[in-house]
Design a protein around this ligand. Structure first.
Ligand code: IMP
Ligand code: MG
Length: 183
């Protein structure tokens, strides 16, 4: 599939089936890591994490609690601005909680390190990051997410929550920016 989102062309990269297998694998790892599900708060990073978050929590035990936070670093572009802004705070008191942050992708790693400090200040018991994708080649922090589905090359991707200028989030598979942008 080749589609145009706003002014750019995207092509197939990872099919829906593969994504679902990745989510299954991550859920197993998460389940093997925690025991005290009552103390866990799974925090989705809006908006990108929504589809992954939804599919992941359905595979985890019932006693966990969920919450959301919203940050921004990309502004209508395919490159990170390098600045992280908190757009929406989470609602629950997380002091003493085991926080598992759910991200769509860890790219430069700046959002992840920003949120790690942010939640440390809220005196959480533990803080881990679960991201569907990790672009290790772009990492500015050298810190990998605790759980991730795939380490991908430096492609700009959309779908399954990930956007280009807010488009493309509502696709079940992942597409990447085409090398050829000719009409
Ligand atoms: P980081 O702070 O550079 O690690 O990037 C965090 C955020 O940038 C992610 O949560 C995404 O919202 C966005 N982002 C990074 N890479 C991509 C991409 O390839 N496609 C769409 N959004 C991306
Ligand atoms: Mg995001």
């Amino acid at each position: 599939m080749r589609i145009k989102l706003k002014d750019k062309y995207f092509e197939d990269f990872i099919p829906e089936k593969k994504i679902q297998a990745m989510v299954e694998e991550i859920a197993e790892k998460v389940k093997n890591t925690y025991t005290e599900w009552d103390n866990i708060v799974i925090i989705g990073v809006l908006n990108g994490a929504i589809p992954f978050f939804k599919d992941l929590v359905f595979k985890l035990p019932e006693n966990l609690t969920i919450d959301f936070i919203k940050t921004a670093s990309y502004f209508e572009d395919t490159k990170s601005s390098g600045r992280i802004r908190l757009l929406l705070d989470n609602q629950m008191n997380v002091e003493g909680k085991d926080v598992l942050l759910v991200e769509d992708i860890v790219d430069s790693g700046l959002t992840q390190s920003f949120l790690k400090e942010y939640f440390s200040a809220k005196k959480v018991k533990s803080f881990r990051v679960c991201s569907l994708f990790y672009k290790s080649v772009n990492s500015k922090t050298g810190v990998a997410p605790d759980f991730y589905g795939a380490d991908i090359p430096d492609y700009f991707i959309v779908g399954y929550g990930l956007d280009y200028a807010q488009r493309g989030r509502n696709m079940r598979g992942i597409l990447k920016l085409s090398d050829n942008q000719d009409d």
